[in-house]
Write a protein that binds this ligand. Sequence first.
Ligand code: GLU
Length: 288
Amino acid sequence: MSAGRFAPSPSGDLHLGNLRTAILAWLFARASGRRFLVRVEDLDRQRSRPEFERSQLDDLAALGLTWDPPVVRQSERDDLYAAALARLTAAGLTFECFCTRREIADAVRAPHAPPGSYPGTCRDLTETQRAAKRTERPPAIRLRAEADEWTVRDELRGEITGHVDDLVLRRGDGAHAYNLAVVVDDGEQGVDQVVRGADLLDAAPAQAYLAHTLGLPASTYAHVPLALNAEGRRLAKRDRAVTLRDLTPDEAWSLIGASLGVRARSPEALLAELDPWKISLDPWIVTR
Ligand code: GLU
């Protein structure tokens, strides 16, 4: 059976914007008859903390959200990412990249290449050149993308076409990259509906292209509006009183409900009251 999901990174407490995204992800999944999964995206070992994983799951439960077990952790799924990478490499769809961030930032690009995109420097190195460079630094592994653009379907925004980059799949330090993990996990977990913050809209075409390259079915997306503070900046955990450390679940529901124009104070009431496909795409300005 198909599934939707909420995939937080356990690097802090969930703020009101994250909680609203979680509630909407639950609602999209349940309103379309899907399972709802929670995945802990703890690939970044420096920033992830088990205590935040616990508090995030507790906070979701405190809002009355339920999910289908098990909760999986990316830190325990390295074998899956390695297997996917090996498949791409066997198909000739990866290459070693020796560029530093600086070199990529400073590179000369084709006239229409998006800023920051990979300039292709290491795509066509000879084996002799690669052998020489390997003595300087361990390479990252990148996807050899064979399309420039890819189109995804966003349930709120329609068809979105965006740039497909030669994504990093494994970093020079050997860690599998976030883009690979997300795509492999969604595929392996049967996720075919990705609901998440609008900050990840630009990442969707390349992720969907990677999924296609791995032979995974296409997902639909719903990139929901971000929460902003009174200054118009993205809500952050440091903004005052925006997490369940300072708000009761009922206060959080009343703020989130008001932002969605509903009175619901529970997931079930929301399911009866709100059509998630009709939510406003304006950012939510949190002023309190
Ligand atoms: N783990 C990501 C975050 O917390 C979300 C990734 C996704 O939903 O695809 O921002």
